[in-house]
Design a binder for this molecule. Structure first.
Ligand SMILES: [Zn+2]
Length: 140
């Protein structure tokens, strides 16, 4: 069958399936992944309910799998090293960025509102909890 349409991802010609005449992406695995990723990204920007659901699912997953990123970093020392170096470069470029001692095992929470309450030390334990806005900066 000859192609009649250009794939929105790879640019190759393909023939849309009869069941999906509006098909924009060819059936290659990478192009289908790209389609799903773009759909997800678009929904994250345009649909507050979808975004909230995704964030809650991510927070829930991270809470159920606190060791995931820690183990991932241990399994992938090159990733960890590269990530640290890139972060050092990013930190250097941003003037006034707060120096934070973030543990390698810290779960990757998404941006959003969080309740911040002191733990441990008695003196600061008297402080009340407050709500903070955490913004996860994109990796560029
Ligand atoms: Zn394609």
């Amino acid at each position: 069958m000859t192609g009649t349409r250009r794939c929105a991802a790879c640019g190759e010609l393909f023939a849309p399936r009869p069941q999906t005449p509006d098909q924009q992406y060819c059936s290659a695995l990478a192009c289908q992944r790209q389609r799903k990723y773009r759909w997800h990204r678009e929904r994250m920007q345009s649909d507050p309910d979808y975004r909230q659901n995704q964030i809650q699912a991510q927070v829930g997953w991270a809470a159920r799998n606190p060791e995931y990123w820690c183990k991932y970093r241990l399994r992938n020392p090159d990733y960890t090293k590269r990530n640290r170096e890139l972060q050092r470069i990013r930190n250097g470029k941003r003037i006034g960025i707060a120096k934070m001692d973030v543990s390698d095992c810290a779960p990757p929470f998404p941006s959003g509102l969080y309740r911040l309450s002191p733990i441990g030390h008695e003196a600061i334990a008297k402080m009340g909890a407050c709500t903070v806005q955490l913004t996860v900066l994109p990796m560029t």
